[in-house]
Ligand binder design. Structure first.
Ligand SMILES: *Cc1c(COP(=O)(O)O)cnc(C)c1O
Length: 496
């Protein structure tokens, strides 16, 4: 299976797409065709464990990797020592009316990004070999909080790689910052960037498209790549857990093979929900995809009206990993919905770059609305949802998940179609918001005091990955302006 840029050009192999991250024309790689899983095949996936399911699904997308390779990588990425030994991605009922939480936060950094970022370093280093690239790959990451740590954890100590993360200064939760600044390893670097996530992401994109810089890097034996969800190697592992969730519902007797489900996803860069779309178009019986946003509701407006307009205020919310106004992965969906018409996609993206907005044609809007619903929740609604769920069901969810639950309740009305809600982070990652929401307790003391208080109030234990940060020195304290990001990378790599 080959991959093609959303802005045109020649097809490349999966390995090449993974090595490049972004296509040379600035587009994103998408598969040229999609696999098609029959209901019988899905039923047989249900008999496998998570790693078995992952090998089956990945081998249909990454056809230039052998099953032996994929089996090895998946076994290492989702090892019992890294995720919950009982289940990598458990599905738990929320109340009794057909809503289910897909818990994606049991990996090493307590957010769903681990599913992709535990696997990506293995896929990437293999892809370098397959494409005959003999360079040290430099991963640049812009993060709204969770990608950064997950990428650091995935790439730390991986031979032949170096990784540099930019997070928005003051734009993450305190524990998220601490997770990154305490990262161990010789091949890692972390900077705070002034501004918000979009500024950091734009800064990284500028570095990627800087030909002179690429040349300087190349002369020093380096090659840039991305661990953001613009990289196909980030997206493809996420398709697996939607198949897995369906299998879990089959195995629990909640649905029969072929029954349709809905999926609700708290959305920022549009990667996670797009993975659900790929699962759907590879044969998984998904009916609707519900895109949930916080107060930065540019996607809600887009899905409702067909106009994407980033000319609006940016808000810091209690769900910081979704504080984004430019959802990069939407470009992939647009390409697929407009009949793979790269000319149209180039038009949208030029308009976005020039005016900050674009409007899709009626046919694209109709296809979008046939599959997607959208809604948003502000911080007050998010907090209320956390409290309601806790009081009614005894389930404690994080702020991002609560956004999705709120939107899902609104979108569903009395509908009883089973719905899988992606739970993207552990509530302990956002204790300062979850404590007052669920328990009316003002957060006091440092991060670790808050973890303790949340643990006592909920009766749940704080994940070791977070509690274990106590006493670890914050190694990286430098703050840079977006305009100086390139210089910061150059300095770190001793280029000039
Ligand atoms: C990254 C993230 C999101 C947004 O996911 P996208 O794939 O960027 O849409 C939502 N919730 C949490 C906790 C995240 O870390």
């Amino acid at each position: 299976m080959d991959y093609i840029s959303t802005r045109g050009g020649r097809p490349v192999s999966a390995a090449q797409a993974i090595v490049s991250g972004l296509a040379p024309d600035g587009g994103l790689y998408v598969p040229q065709s999609l696999p098609s899983f029959s209901l019988d095949e899905i039923a047989s996936l249900a008999k496998l464990g998570y790693t078995g399911r992952a090998v089956e699904v990945l081998s249909r997308f990454l056809t230039d990797f052998t099953r032996g390779e994929l089996t090895e990588y998946v076994g290492r990425a989702y090892a019992k020592s890294k995720f919950l030994p009982e289940a990598v991605a458990p599905v738990v009922p929320l109340g009794g009316d057909g809503a289910y939480i897909l818990e994606l936060f049991h990996g090493p950094t307590c957010a769903f990004k681990d599913f992709a970022l535990q696997l990506l370093p293995l896929l990437l280093t293999a892809s370098l070999k397959k494409t005959g690239v003999d360079k040290t790959v430099v991963i640049l990451v812009a993060t709204s909080g969770d990608t950064g740590k997950a990428a650091l954890e995935g790439f730390a100590g991986v031979p032949g790689t170096k990784i540099c993360v930019f997070y928005p200064d003051g734009g993450t939760s305190s524990i998220q910052r601490r997770q990154m600044t305490t990262q161990a390893g010789d091949n890692v670097m972390v900077f705070a960037a002034k501004g918000n996530f979009d500024d950091a992401q734009n800064g990284v994109k500028r570095i990627f498209t800087d030909a002179a810089f690429a040349k300087a890097l190349s002369e020093h034996g380096y090659l840039l790549s991305s661990a953001n969800s613009i990289n196909w190697g980030r997206l493809v592992p996420q398709i697996v857990y939607y198949f897995s969730a369906y299998c879990e519902l089959l195995n629990a007797g909640r649905i029969k093979a072929g029954d349709a489900i809905d999926v609700a996803v708290p959305t920022g860069n549009f990667g996670n929900i797009l993975a659900a779309w790929f699962a759907k178009h590879s044969g998984l019986p998904i009916r609707r995809l519900i895109c949930a946003s916080n107060r930065n509701n540019v996607l809600t407006d887009f899905i409702k009206t067909g106009t994407y307009d980033r000319n609006r205020d940016f808000f810091l919310t209690t769900s910081p990993s979704m504080d984004i106004l430019i959802s990069s992965n939407l470009e992939r969906l647009l390409y697929l919905l407009c009949g793979r018409d790269d000319g149209r996609v180039r038009g949208y993206m030029q308009s976005l770059a020039k005016t900050g907005s674009y409007t899709v044609e009626q046919d694209v809007l109709a296809r979008l609305q046939a599959e997607f619903s959208a809604g948003c929740a502000d911080d007050a609604q998010t907090a209320q949802t956390i409290r309601d769920i806790w009081e009614k069901t005894g389930y404690l969810c994080d702020t991002h998940t609560a956004v999705a639950v709120h939107v899902c309740e609104q979108a569903r009305g009395g509908d009883k179609t089973p719905i899988v809600i992606a739970s993207t982070a552990s509530p302990f990652k956002f204790a300062a918001s979850v404590l007052p929401a669920a328990f009316g307790v003002a957060p006091q003391g440092d991060d670790f005091a808050q973890l303790n208080t949340l643990s006592k109030a909920s009766g749940l234990s704080a994940p070791d990955a977070l509690a274990g940060l106590q006493g670890r020195k914050e190694r990286f304290l430098t703050v840079v302006a977006p305009a100086d990001m390139k210089q910061a990378v150059a300095g770190w790599l001793s280029l000039f």
